[in-house]
Structures are given as C-alpha cells and as structure tokens.
Design a protein around this ligand. Structure first.
Ligand code: FE2
Ligand code: FE2
Length: 263
C-alpha cells in the first residue's frame, strides 16, 4: 500500500497519448459500428467508475483508513476520469457521442462502516476490476490496430493496479479483520450475492457472436465467444484464491451463489 501511494505522490502528470491517428480504412463498417458502441458504453462506464471511487471516499474516511489508502482512492477516481476521457476520444473518433454517467450515490446500510467499506472494495476492486483487467488483457492481445491497442494498454496499466489494490487493502486490514470476526462472517455472508451480481453483469454468457470476425479482433473488441471463459477462469484462478488467502470463505460462497448454473 505504501509503495503504491508513494508512486502516486511522485508520479508526473500522464503524458498525452502520442498515437493520435486512427485509420478506419482497413475495417468493415459493421466492425467499426460494433467498436463505436463498445467504446461509447465503455466511456460512460469509466465515468461511472470515477463516481464510485469518489463516492467511496466518505466511507473510507469514516472507516479511518490511513493516508496511503486515501491517496490511492483519490488517485483511482482520477484514473477513471482519465479513462473516461480516453474512451470518449476513441468513441468520438468512431462517430459516437458518449453520455456522462448518471450520478448514483453508493448505498449505505446500518452495518458498521468498516464492513460496508470492505464490501465495496471487495466487490469493486477484487471482483469487478480483476475481471475487467483479464478482459482487457484478452482484447489487447488480439488488437492489431495501433490506435486501439494504445488506448487499451493505457486503460490496462491502471486497471491492474485497481484490482491489486483490493487484495493489498485486505492484507493491510488483516489484523483488524482478525480482531473483528463478526465482520469476517458478515463478508462471508455477503459474498454469494456479490458473486451472483458479478456473474449477472459480467459473465458474458450467451453473448451473440453474430458478424464478429477478424476486423473486430484487430480493433480490440473482445471476442463474445471468449467472454464467459475469461470470466470463469479469472474468478476461479485469481479472485477466489486471492479472497481465500485473505481468510474469506470465497470458494464456498462461489459454489453457493444464487442462480448458479445447475444449482
Ligand atoms: Fe477504468
Ligand atoms: Fe478501474
């Protein structure tokens, strides 16, 4: 945590992306339309992520997180605003016009503030950001278009850190969680619903591959046929072991998630 906070304090302002030219010429119009839709949705989602990290700050302050954690949280909100700008620029280059995300206050409950903060970080960083990182890696590996690839790699560099932050935070809080077994139990009870929500929103099961082809891959659009595989492999090989190491009953929660296929 301290290393990442120090990196952010020392970091110069990010350089502007140099690969400013995009040539749509080699690509089929349908692939360009799909890419436009993807980057338009992505721009709004990235803006939404910025609002979530900004909205999480009051939870963090009330939970008395240290200065390093505060620095990283504010930095992640800034990262997401930059991502929104990158995605908006790409979407516009493709003819799109992304709307800003609607402000959505982070729900509060009567549960202890530390528990609420940890649940939000687990869902947002350990689960969502880890899956998104894997998805970006998969798309970037296939992307041949230099403009699109540069944009994907710029997002990816930050999303990896966002995913890691969740697990590092849990390690930082290990002794606090150890001293508050009721919080650990509450998080274990929260996990099945969290996994179900993640699966509903990000698994990509049943995504249509109609028309998807080599041009889409070259543009860095994720292959619909691989969405589910990337999702399940990432959950089972990265998310579950990470949460288990932090002492949570994640594998049991994954098996017990509501709506699980075959359950
Ligand atoms: Fe992002
Ligand atoms: Fe992120």
């Amino acid at each position: 945590m301290a290393v990442e906070a120090e990196r952010r304090r020392r970091r110069p302002a990010p350089a502007r992306r140099r690969s400013a030219t995009f040539d749509p010429g080699p690509y089929a119009p349908e692939a360009l339309t799909r890419a436009r839709h993807l980057w338009t949705v992505r721009a709004t989602a990235e803006h939404g992520s910025a609002l979530i990290f900004a909205g999480l700050l009051p939870f963090a302050l009330e939970a008395r997180v240290n200065l390093d954690t505060q620095t990283i949280l504010v930095g992640m909100a800034e990262d997401e605003l930059r991502h929104a700008a990158i995605c908006t620029a790409v979407a516009r280059r493709l003819g799109g016009d992304p709307p800003p995300a609607a402000p959505a206050p982070i729900p509060r409950s009567a549960r202890p503030i530390e528990e609420q903060f940890l649940c939000h970080v687990i869902y947002g960083n350990c689960l969502t950001e880890t899956v998104n990182t894997a998805r970006l890696v998969d798309a970037a590996e296939q992307a041949r278009d230099p403009f699109m690839r540069a944009a994907l790699l710029e997002l990816l560099a930050d999303e990896i850190r966002h995913a890691k932050f969740g697990f590092v935070l849990l390690a930082d809080w290990a002794s606090w969680i150890e001293a508050h077994p009721e919080t650990r139990q509450a998080i274990d009870r929260f996990l099945p619903e969290a996994f179900a929500a993640l699966e509903r929103t990000l698994s990509g099961v049943g995504a249509s591959r109609a028309g998807f082809g080599a041009d889409d891959l070259a543009l860095g659009s994720p292959d619909p046929a691989r969405l589910a595989e990337v999702f399940y492999r990432t959950v089972e090989e990265a998310v579950l072991p990470g949460l288990q190491r932090a002492g949570f009953a994640a594998s049991a929660a994954w098996q017990a998630r509501p709506g699980r296929a075959g359950a």
